[in-house]
Design a protein around this ligand. Structure first.
Ligand code: UDP
Length: 459
């Protein structure tokens, strides 16, 4: 039986899309709200609850409730395709979310708001049905949201074959727009395309529009979006101990969908000289082709630097044989790590990333210069921002077949580790790091937007 809350304590439900990159920002948002006196319930799927959360003690500060996505036994892996998953998630999830609201209410819990991932627009329909205010939470950059909005409005043709111009941003070459806008390549999933463009279908009914970015990072585009929607800019949503250090226990996102052997890579990093290690990771979803894996492996080897490379279990089979269990003085391959611990480690001097938005914000917030190697979705746009707008790194260049050669990887790593561009990127990254800390610290822009949200809840 849920504890009866005081009449004055606002209670919100947080509903992230059930993947690592989407859960992390909303979990941290929740922890900040708890520290400000809000009661928070995190909604996840029965599968994640049973397989991950029940085996993990880190998540105690968030109360968790599980709903069905239609794949209780195997999660996403149980679906025949992403279309199958997303369709069932909506069908079964809507009903299950409604049942949860009824259950919580019958236990005496009032619910002041539901904040849902902008990919799950149907959660707002459920909230409205129950007379609850809804807030959509964009986990991607405002630059990306802005481009999607213009596609949604029919102002950018898809597929885009020429440069794109939207308010608050410089021109983007067509290949710098998100992959759903310009490229029907190997990552083309019709249902994902629909999801990203349709984030705006019911946005005008949302009481709040949250984004995981910070004001100074995307000032112009945020100002433009503010004219249309009640924006709350609340990022970067890294655990507090990596930013303002206000929440003493908050040093990890808390829900890890992948397993890691932390001692192994931390010990390895501890033995390396300051700034000497290239950290390589492509997030929780990207799938590199076999040939591309070989180019990355040989590029790292040829770079003559120390490198720590995350290759998820299901990707390992594509590695050249000699790299599969690599653990040498110079190189270590692991299947997952606590990325924040790694980026914050003094031996790390450069981050080769797929430019997922969490990874991008983490690099910026920890002052680590970047080599961007975008794969799909918003990553090409984040890569453009990394290099040309925020000035924190360089991007690799794919050849006409979409392949990034080992020689190109070597030269990008050298530029950042030894070249003038690395010096500038590091200087810029450190500047953004200070501004990120300022935004989330007491009285900073993100902190104020969070307080504004809490004020709204109390009215
Ligand atoms: N991450 C991690 N360990 C790893 C690789 C990634 O903890 O070995 C985390 C990373 O810190 C980030 C998230 O997983 O918060 C990945 O999100 P991102 O948006 O960068 O990429 P996605 O996985 O959504 O493609």
């Amino acid at each position: 039986m849920a504890e009866k809350q005081s009449d004055k304590t606002p209670h919100i439900l947080l509903f992230p899309y059930p993947s690592q990159g989407h859960m992390n920002p909303i979990i941290e948002f929740g922890k900040r709200l708890i520290s400000k006196g809000v009661k928070v319930t995190l909604i996840t799927t029965i599968y994640i609850s049973n397989t991950v959360i029940s085996h993990n003690n880190d998540t105690t500060s968030l109360e968790i409730q599980a709903i069905s996505d239609g794949f209780d036994e195997h999660g996403y892996a149980g679906a025949s395709s992403s279309d199958d998953y997303l369709k069932k998630f909506k069908e079964v999830g809507s009903k299950s979310l409604g049942d949860l609201i009824k259950k919580l209410r019958s236990e005496g819990s009032s619910i002041n708001a539901i904040v849902y991932d902008s990919f799950i627009t149907w959660a707002l329909d459920v909230a409205i049905e129950f007379g609850i205010n809804g807030g959509t939470f964009f986990t991607q950059a405002c630059a990306v949201n802005n481009i999607y909005y213009h596609v949604y409005k029919g102002l950018i043709p898809v597929p885009s074959v020429s440069s794109v111009s939207v308010p608050g941003l410089p021109n983007f070459e067509y290949w710098e727009t998100p992959s759903f806008v310009h490229n029907y390549g190997p990552y083309y999933y019709p249902s994902w395309t629909e999801i990203v463009f349709n984030q705006f279908t019911n946005i005008d009914q949302a009481r709040w529009v949250f984004t995981n970015t910070f004001y100074k990072l995307e000032e112009e585009v945020i100002e433009w979006m503010k004219k249309m929607w009640p924006m709350k800019v609340v990022g970067p949503t890294l655990p507090s101990m990596y930013l303002d250090k206000l929440l003493e226990d908050d040093n990890d996102y808390g829900i890890n969908l992948f397993k890691a052997n932390h001692n192994e890579y931390l010990n390895w990093l501890n033995e390396k000289p300051k700034g000497s290690v290239v950290y390589v990771a492509f997030g929780s979803n990207a799938k590199l082709g076999r040939e591309q894996m070989e180019e990355v492996a040989c590029g790292l080897n040829d770079s003559d630097v120390n490198y720590l490379w995350v290759v998820r279990g299901e990707e390992k089979g594509k590695l050249p044989k000699e790299f599969v269990e690599l653990k040498t003085e110079k190189g270590l391959i692991v299947s997952w790590c606590k990325q924040l611990d790694v980026l914050a480690h003094e031996s790390v001097g450069c981050f080769v990333t797929h430019c997922g938005f969490n990874s991008t914000l983490e690099a910026i917030s920890l002052g680590v210069p970047v080599v961007g190697m975008p794969q799909w979705t918003d990553q090409s746009t984040n890569g453009k921002c990394i290099e040309d707008i925020w000035g924190v790194g360089v991007r690799v260049k794919a050849d006409e077949k979409g392949m990034v050669t080992r020689a190109n990887i070597v030269s990008c790593i050298k530029e950042i580790m030894d070249g003038e561009r690395g010096v500038v990127a590091q200087k810029n990254a450190r500047k953004w790091m200070e501004l990120a800390k300022e935004a989330v610290s007491e009285g900073g822009s993100s902190d104020k937007d969070m307080d504004g949200f809490i004020c709204d809840l109390k009215q």
